[in-house]
Design a protein around this ligand. Structure first.
Ligand SMILES: [Zn+2]
Length: 260
């Protein structure tokens, strides 16, 4: 299969994903943290950008919007409610809206997945088996709760987990090693976590990205997708969870991760 996505590292630990058109050199730019490394990547690979997708408004996901728009005259897709927070937004999106920029020849759909921010969205490409999860779902982790509640974030992650296991997951940051070390602390007996940590240590030692993951792998290794598992519930209760329901378990695990 032809590669569908290229990654352009930016800032300290951000990834800008470039989603390629099936047979051409056109790309959609997902969450441009900054413009300069993206423009360099586009030129080196002879890629033509046709759109910007923003999962949420944080500057390390939108910082390159203006400069890229100036250089390439690009439409910007983001949550309608973020119209005052996303620079250059041209295509305000709502839950369920189709994402079909001219020249990309792929069809995405917008999912509302609040929690990290109130207005965080995912770009889901069902036919291609691709998910752009921004700062909601990380490899073996999830984003901090800046604007939403634990219940909202848990519901958003559960929704993402309902995608087919083979769905490839792209996210906004390289936090994998720390996330897997935390996952091991939550579930010391989880063999899949130990195996993935050993793999990730090798990958990072070579300076390579640990992305993409898959929904199937995340269901086996990500404590935030495993809040219904007895082992994770027990660990959360030992850390002061107010109950064993998914939101309470999630809240306790998230608070623990914040201090980890
Ligand atoms: Zn963010």
């Amino acid at each position: 299969m032809e590669p569908q996505v290229e990654l352009s590292p930016a800032l300290v630990d951000n990834y800008v994903a470039l989603l390629l058109s099936p047979y051409g050199r056109n790309v959609a730019i997902v969450d441009p943290a900054e413009a300069e490394p993206v423009i360099r990547h586009l030129r080196e690979r002879y890629l033509q950008p046709v759109a910007i997708f923003n999962t949420h408004h944080h500057p390390d996901h939108t910082g390159g919007n203006r400069e890229l728009q100036k250089a390439y005259d690009l439409p910007v897709y983001g949550a309608a409610e973020d119209r005052d927070r996303i620079p250059g937004l041209t295509h305000p999106m709502y839950e369920g809206d189709r994402v079909t920029p001219a020249g990309l020849d792929r069809e995405g759909v917008v999912w509302d997945i609040p929690g990290h921010t109130h207005t965080h969205i995912a770009f889901v490409f069902p036919e291609d088996g691709l998910l752009f999860a921004g700062d909601t779902l990380f490899v073996a982790g999830c984003g901090r709760l800046f604007e939403g509640t634990a219940a909202q974030m848990e519901a958003s992650l559960s929704r993402l987990a309902s995608l087919p296991d083979s769905t490839r997951v792209y996210c906004g940051h390289e936090y994998t090693l720390k996330n897997l070390r935390f996952a091991r602390a939550v579930e010391p007996e989880n063999e899949a976590v130990r195996e993935k940590l050993a793999w990730a240590e090798g990958v990072r030692a070579r300076g390579e990205p640990t992305l993409p993951s898959t929904i199937g792998e995340e269901k086996r290794t990500n404590p935030f997708l495993r809040v219904r598992k007895p082992e994770v519930q027990a660990a959360a209760l030992r850390r002061g969870a107010s109950g064993a329901d998914p939101a309470a378990v999630f809240a306790a695990i998230r608070a623990w991760r914040d201090r980890f």
